[in-house]
Design a protein around this ligand. Structure first.
Ligand code: NDP
Length: 333
C-alpha cells in the first residue's frame, strides 16, 4: 500500500516537493468497515487552498498527514452488510492505493448508468457545481449571453453545455487554441476566445456583441476584469472559483478593480460552494444523467496513469494541461 502526504505547506506555486509518497501496510477491516482498492482518484483546484494553513470553507490538510479527496474504488473485503466484494463505490478518502473505511462513509455507484469516470466529473462534484452555479445563480434566459472562464475544464465545459440546453448564446474562455477548437466544434459553444492571445480583450468584445448577461467565473484576476467590463444591466455572476489567484503569495492579491462596474450595472455577484445545495444533489444528478442519455451533455476526462503521478496530475491543473476533468487512474477494476 502507498499513501501521499502533504510534506510541507507551499508559498506560491506548489511543486512535487510538497508531496511525500510513503509505503504503509494494508489493514484488515473490522466489523462495519470495508477495504477499498482505489481505481480512480480526483485532483481538484480547491485542494490548493487546503494545502495552506489559512481558514476557508474546508479545513486545511495537515502537514505529514495524508491528503484526501474523492475516490472511486472497488470493495475488496467487506465486513458490512451494505457492501459486497466487487461493489463499485465512491467517497472522500485519503490518497492511498487501499483504504479501510467505515461503511457509513461509502456510497455505492452504478457503472451501468455511466462510466466510473463520470462519477468523479459530470455526475460528481464538478457537474453539480456547474448545475447549481449556473441554474440557481446565473439563471440564463433564452438568447442571453453566457460567458464562462476555464471553459474547457471540468466545471466550465459542463456549464457551457447546460447553458446551450437553456438556449443561451455561449462564449467560452480558455488557454489554448486546441481547447478553443474543442469548445466550438465538439461542445457546440457559439464562440470561444483564448485569454493568452495578445488581442484577447478585443476578441472577447467581438464575441459578445450584445454584452454579457451571465458570467460564470472560475478564474478571477485579469480575465475576469475583462469580462466584467462587458456586463449588461442586471447581469448575474456566479463566483465559482479564482484559480488565477490560488498560487499568489500574501500581498500579491489581485485587487477588485471591477467594483464600480458591478455597482453601475446593479449586477448580482454571489459566491457559492456546491455543498450548499447538498439536499438537491439527487434531483440534479438525475437531470445530468438524462442529458447525457439524450446526448445533450458530453464530458471529457484527462487521465494520468499511476498513483505515484497524482502530484503531477494536480500540478497540471495550474498549467491548464487538462481538458475536462483531470483524474488519476490507479488500478483496473
Ligand atoms: P478545471 O478542470 O477547470 O481545471 C483548471 C483549469 O483552470 C485549467 O485547465 C486551466 O485551463 C485554467 N487555469 C489554470 N490557471 C489559470 C490562470 N492563471 N488563469 C486562467 N485560467 C487558469 O478545474 P475544475 O473544473 O475542477 O474547477 C474550475 C474552478 O471551479 C476552479 O477555480 C475551482 O476552484 C472552482 N470550483 C468551485 C467549486 C465551488 O463549490 N464553488 C466546486 C468545484 C470547483 P486553461 O488552459 O484555460 O488556462
Amino acid at each position: 500500500n502507498q499513501q501521499i502526504k502533504l510534506a510541507k505547506r507551499p508559498e506560491g506555486t506548489p511543486t512535487k516537493e510538497h508531496f511525500d509518497i510513503v509505503d504503509i501496510p494494508i489493514n484488515e477491516p473490522n466489523d462495519g468497515e470495508v477495504l477499498i482498492k482505489t481505481v480512480y482518484l480526483s485532483v481538484d483546484p480547491y485542494m490548493r487552498g487546503r494545502m495552506s494553513a489559512g481558514k476557508s470553507y474546508v479545513k486545511p490538510f495537515e502537514v505529514d498527514k495524508p491528503i484526501n479527496g474523492t475516490i472511486v474504488g472497488e470493495v475488496v473485503t467487506s465486513k458490512s452488510d451494505s457492501f459486497s466484494k466487487g461493489d463499485l463505490v465512491r467517497g472522500m478518502f485519503p490518497w492511498q492505493r487501499y483504504n479501510v473505511v467505515s461503511a457509513s462513509y461509502v456510497e455505492k455507484i452504478d457503472p451501468s448508468i455511466a462510466p466510473l469516470t463520470a462519477y468523479l466529473s459530470v455526475l460528481g462534484m464538478t457537474g453539480l457545481t456547474a448545475y447549481f452555479g449556473l441554474l440557481d445563480i446565473g439563471q440564463p434566459k433564452e438568447g442571453e449571453t453566457v460567458v464562462i472562464s476555464a471553459a474547457a475544464g471540468a466545471v466550465g465545459s459542463t456549464v457551457g453545455q447546460i447553458a446551450k440546453i437553456k438556449g443561451a448564446n455561449v462564449v467560452g474562455i480558455a488557454g489554448t487554441d486546441e481547447k478553443i477548437a474543442y469548445l466550438e466544434n465538439q461542445l457546440g459553444f457559439d464562440k470561444a476566445v483564448n485569454y493568452k492571445a495578445s488581442n484577447f480583450k478585443q476578441q472577447l468584445k467581438k464575441a459578445c456583441p450584445n454584452g454579457v448577461d451571465v458570467y460564470f467565473d472560475n478564474v478571477g484576476g485579469e480575465v475576469t476584469d475583462n469580462v466584467l467590463s462587458l456586463l449588461n444591466d442586471f447581469a448575474r455572476v456566479p463566483l465559482c472559483g479564482a484559480i488565477s489567484t490560488y498560487n499568489l503569495k500574501p500581498g500579491e492579491d489581485y485587487g477588485p478593480s471591477i467594483l464600480p462596474k458591478i455597482l453601475k450595472t446593479r449586477t448580482t455577484v454571489k459566491g457559492f460552494i456546491v455543498s450548499d445545495y447538498q439536499e438537491q444533489f439527487p434531483e440534479a444528478t438525475k437531470d445530468l444523467a438524462n442529458w447525457i442519455a439524450e446526448d445533450k451533455l458530453s464530458y471529457e476526462v484527462t487521465t494520468i496513469e499511476g498513483f505515484e503521478n497524482t502530484p503531477t496530475a494536480f500540478l497540471n491543473l495550474f498549467e491548464g494541461k487538462n481538458k475536462g476533468k483531470q483524474l488519476v487512474k490507479v488500478s483496473e477494476t
